[in-house]
Design a binder for this molecule. Structure first.
Ligand code: SAM
Length: 328
């Protein structure tokens, strides 16, 4: 569905504003459609699933803010990252991520509602993270991308996820981060109880076994038009696969605007190229039609042996039309 534009379900004003104006101002790793899916999921969970939002691997907060923007005032969210302790980062280094993350929290009114944990997720279990019980409703796993990080972080998510909650595991099928898929299989083969049920661009969604059908149905109800393949077999379950079409976001009052997209991605540039090709063809066809019309008028005005083609009274207006067309 490369050029289709779909209308997303209504969202409260802060989410609407972030997705249509703020998303591309936060540097990070998140596809626009994925931001929309996660942001909407957080919104519809309110009142239905108990608990907080959490993320391991926050960086500058792109996915974190998409999930938490507009969070009700009585709720807090948890952001876990090694942030400036980049000597602990096994794959890359990021500079000043915490400073930029805090600035974004401030500008989206989230500072007082976010608890920041600076440290490696590999240490959380020993620090008693799981002992506080099942308390998260939306848990993004986007930290270290080596297999043991991913397996570790999924186990933490499993042990702390509220019933009905959703875990989003990043870069599931990213060819440059094969540690992720290795870690996911390591987790599932090692007795992990979370069940995959959907794949949104780049992220695998999992939930507890009893909540698979409910969560699957809810996502279809919200984004049925974005569903590109239903019930794709994956290990011993099936997952729904959602695409990355163009979305128009709407707020609760019916105002609409396009979802912000990163203009520099390959799909976006391909979309731009085909849009420009269509425009070029349209203009080309119009030029051909106008040229034909000009030739007809020229033949009428300068007839060879056909001086009487136009009645005299029409010749002056026809000349004016002819001149106007020549100028285009
Ligand atoms: C791909 S980035 C996260 C992207 C972010 N969610 C976004 O939307 O832009 C991965 C993050 O994981 C963090 N990280 C790496 N190893 C970690 C670990 N062991 N514990 C916690 N965070 C870790 C890195 O510091 C980095 O900020």
């Amino acid at each position: 569905m490369p050029d289709q534009t779909l209308l997303a379900p209504p969202l409260p004003p802060e989410k609407f504003r972030f997705l249509t104006e703020g998303l591309e101002r936060v540097q990070g790793y998140l596809i626009g459609s994925t931001a929309l899916y996660l942001s909407t999921l957080e919104y519809v969970q309110r009142g239905e699933v108990e608990g907080r939002v959490a993320e391991i691997g926050v960086h500058r907060g792109k996915s974190f803010i998409a999930m938490t923007v507009g969070l009700p005032e009585d709720q807090t969210a948890l952001a876990i990252d090694i942030f400036d302790a980049q000597h602990l980062n096994m794959e890359a280094t990021s500079v000043d991520a915490l400073r930029d993350f805090k600035a974004s929290l401030e500008s989206w009114g989230l500072t007082d509602r976010v608890e920041i944990h600076e440290g490696s997720s590999l240490d959380l279990e020993d620090q008693g993270f799981c002992e506080e019980g099942r308390r998260f409703r939306l848990f993004s796993v986007d930290g270290g991308h080596l297999h043991y990080h991913v397996a570790n972080d999924l186990r933490l998510a499993e042990k702390t996820l509220a019933e009905g909650g959703v875990v989003a595991a990043d870069d599931f099928v990213n060819q440059h981060y094969l540690g992720v898929i290795t870690g996911i299989f390591e987790y599932l083969d090692g007795g992990g109880t979370l069940v995959p049920y959907a794949l949104i661009p780049n992220k695998l969604l999992l939930t507890d076994a009893a909540s698979v059908e409910r969560n699957r149905a809810q996502l279809r109800e919200l984004f049925g038009e974005g569903l590109t393949k239903a019930e794709v077999p994956f290990r011993d379950v099936t997952i729904d696969v959602y695409g990355d079409p163009r979305w128009v976001v709407q707020d609760l009052d019916g105002n609409t605007a396009e979802l912000q997209r990163n203009p520099n991605t390959v799909p976006e540039l391909q979309r731009l190229v085909s849009q420009l090709r269509r425009e070029r063809n349209r203009v080309g066809a119009q030029r051909t039609r106008l040229r034909r019309r000009v030739s007809e008028l020229e033949a009428a005005l300068h007839p060879t042996g056909r001086a009487d083609v136009l009645p005299k009274a029409l010749r002056a207006p026809a000349r004016a039309v002819y001149r106007a067309l020549r100028r285009r």
